[in-house]
Structures are given as structure tokens and as C-alpha cells.
Design a protein around this ligand. Structure first.
Ligand SMILES: [Zn+2]
Length: 378
């Protein structure tokens, strides 16, 4: 089946795909909600079993979060392609009353539809396509859907790494950026800097005090000076607090620092700089907590090659695919850190991730599904 016929197939499947997306979105599944996670995973396991392939399905319980789901298809000796996604959303149960699952023109609204339940349906439909058309994919397929991605992949990370190590390459079904796939994601670091000074009466003997707030404010200038925008490094103090009341020289103050970087070298440079901070006032001591959180997903040659394949697959049915690099991290960052090429942001075009305006574009569903099918086929 050629690209145009594949697009026709998915055009004819669009209504059924919309119905599946609606059902999946209607099962609200915020991170940490174990019982809702089980309902989503039940629904998905049933749906995967219905595609008409001989699948190996594994449910991995994650205490306090829910269940991860692993689906393996077309097993053989070759290294599989890993399709990565998550079943948790940021929206609490009841949010669907505020962003009802509905279609308005080309926009299909729903909580978690863009990030990333419609992406999960793309994976399901890709398997159905292979089954119904008798198409043999280029490689075995492993699908991993974690249940704690939105809250830092505390339990999912090990599974992501375990499956990545076996994989030839990885396709991540996170939301696209206006339809663009993501060939680079910054890594993240999270730090807290604390200053401990000497308290004193602000009126009677301020000279005996050493202000933690003054010290911290000077350190904040230093932290911001670490920004290196041309290198893709950003350092931002995002919260700050300190002191007890108006007439006391503050003994304590602290701030949190959001760090983003495009290379591990920069991540390490910033780590070293933050841990090497020295107080301006020798009477004040500094304490640093925190670390590199997610490594960057670098735009390597292998990633560019993967993107170019996807771009020419898209062009074969008249679809324009572009790439972008973004500041936000995903589980794709963990995969990239192991040296496995990653193409991220394969989800359907849309907007409003993590908000009550979340939606996808119906006109992109069949095209994106076609792109995925072609990527698996070749
Ligand atoms: Zn997501």
C-alpha cells in the first residue's frame, strides 16, 4: 500500500479514531490517581487486543501512581522501534466539566487530548493499520505508556531506560509544536540556594546583624549572570523568600533556580558554578541543594537523519513536516541520554497543553496517522 492509499485508509478511519479519542479523554486520569489509571489501562488493553495482532501485553503497577503499559508487536531478532507516551494528564477529575470533550469546527477539545491521549490513539491505530492491511513493519514495535510522566517520571524513568537500551530508535508521541516535531529539547536543573545570616534588632543594633536577604539578592544577580542565551543556557530565580518580620534583620532567605541547557557540558558548568557560590558577607553562610534533573535531548546527526526520513515520508503524500527545538523536557530526554535517536512531538497538531483550552485539529488526524504508519513500515 503506497502513501496515498495509506492516507485514504486513515481518512476512512477518522470518525472511528475520533470516537476512540473521545472515550479515552472522557476517562479522566490525573497523575497519582491509581483507580482512574487502572480504568484507562483497562480500556487500552482491550483496545490493543482488538486490533487483530498477536501482542504481548504487560501491565506494570507503580505504587501511588497507577499502571504502566507495555505492548510488544512483531517480535523478531531485530532491535525494535520504541513508541513512547503517557496515560496521565495534568487535569484533576472533574476538569472535563470546564473543558467538555467536544468538537467546534476543526477543533476537538478535551482535557488531555493534546497531551497526549490522541497520541496514544495514533499508536493504537498504527497497529490496526498494520494488521488490517497485512503490512509487515520494518522492525518489531514496542509501545511504552507510562503513568507518571507529568509529575517527573519517578517510576516510569527506569522502564523508559530499560526499553530504550533495547531499541534502535524512538518515536515520542508528545504534542507537536504547531505541527512541528521536536528534534531537540533542553535539559533541566532545579536548585535551591539558601542564605543563613545573623538576626538582630533592625532599630537598636542593626550592625550586629548580617542580612540573609541582602546576601541572597546579591547572589541572585550572580545567578542571572550565568545565563548564556547563545549557548541555549537559561538560569532563572523563580521564587524567593526570607525574613520573619519588619523590624528584624533577616537570618534566613532562600530562592529556587530553574536551569535549562542544550548540552551536558553547560549543565555541568552551571552545576559547578552554583555549588561554588561564595558569600559576599563572610558572616553569612550559603547552602545549595539540587541537581541536574533531565539531561538534554541533543540534535545529533542521528536525530537529524531520523527527522529527514520523516520529512520525506510526509512529502510522499503532500504533507509538510517541520522541526523545532524547545525548552521543555519530556521522557524523550532520558532516551536521548542513552544515545538512542529520538524524534519527539509526533502528536497531532493542536494547542493549549495543560490548560482548559486544550484541543487538537481534526484535519491533522489522518495525516499524522499516515506519517506514523509510513515511519513504522519503512
Ligand atoms: Zn505529555
Amino acid at each position: 500500500m503506497n502513501a496515498i492509499e495509506t492516507l485514504k485508509y486513515f481518512n476512512s478511519r477518522t470518525d472511528a479514531m475520533i470516537a476512540s479519542m473521545r472515550e479515552l479523554v472522557e476517562i479522566e486520569s490525573p497523575s497519582f490517581d491509581v483507580s482512574q489509571s487502572a480504568i484507562v489501562v483497562n480500556w487500552l488493553e482491550n483496545a490493543f487486543r482488538g486490533v487483530g495482532l498477536d501482542l504481548h501485553i504487560e501491565r506494570v503497577p507503580a505504587k501511588g501512581y497507577g499502571e504502566h503499559l507495555i505492548v510488544r508487536a512483531f517480535p523478531d531478532e531485530a532491535k525494535p522501534v520504541l513508541l513512547l507516551g503517557h496515560t496521565d494528564t495534568v487535569h484533576p477529575v472533574g476538569a472535563k466539566l470546564r473543558n467538555p470533550t467536544r468538537i467546534e469546527g476543526d477543533k476537538f477539545y478535551g482535557c488531555g487530548i493534546f497531551d497526549m491521549k490522541s497520541g496514544v490513539i495514533l499508536m493504537l491505530e498504527a497497529l490496526r493499520f498494520l494488521a488490517e492491511t497485512g503490512t509487515q513493519p520494518a522492525r518489531p514495535i514496542t509501545i511504552l505508556l507510562s503513568c507518571d510522566e507529568e509529575v517527573g517520571s519517578y517510576t516510569g524513568k527506569a522502564l523508559v531506560e530499560q526499553e530504550s537500551e533495547k531499541a534502535d530508535h524512538c518515536l515520542v508521541f508528545e504534542p507537536s509544536a504547531n505541527g512541528k516535531v521536536k528534534t531537540g529539547r533542553k535539559g533541566t536543573g532545579m536548585y535551591t540556594v539558601k542564605a543563613h545570616g545573623i538576626p538582630a534588632h533592625a532599630g537598636l543594633e542593626p550592625e550586629k546583624g548580617a542580612s540573609a536577604i541582602l546576601e541572597l539578592s546579591r547572589q541572585i544577580e550572580r545567578l542571572h549572570a550565568l545565563n548564556n542565551i547563545p549557548f541555549g543556557t537559561t538560569v532563572n530565580v523563580c521564587t524567593a523568600s526570607g525574613g520573619t518580620t519588619i523590624n528584624v534583620i533577616p537570618e534566613n532567605a532562600e530562592c529556587t533556580v530553574d536551569v535549562r541547557f542544550s548540552s551536558l557540558a553547560e549543565a555541568e558548568r552551571i552545576y559547578d558554578e552554583i555549588y561554588a557560590l561564595e558569600p559576599f558577607d563572610a558572616r553569612v553562610s550559603l547552602e545549595v541543594l539540587g541537581n541536574i534533573n533531565r539531561p538534554p535531548m541533543e540534535r545529533t546527526k542521528a536525530v537529524i537523519a531520523l527527522f529527514e526520513k520523516a520529512q520525506s515520508a510526509a512529502a510522499s503524500f503532500g504533507y509538510t513536516l517541520e522541526e523545532t527545538q524547545v525548552g521543555g523536557a519530556s521522557d524523550g530526554n532520558f532516551v536521548a541520554a542513552l544515545g538512542v535517536p529520538v524524534l519527539d512531538g509526533l502528536g497531532i497538531a493542536g494547542d493549549g497543553a495543560h490548560t482548559l483550552d486544550e484541543h487538537i485539529l481534526i484535519s491533522d488526524i489522518a495525516k499524522r496517522a499516515t506519517l506514523v504508519a509510513l515511519l513504522l513500515k519503512d
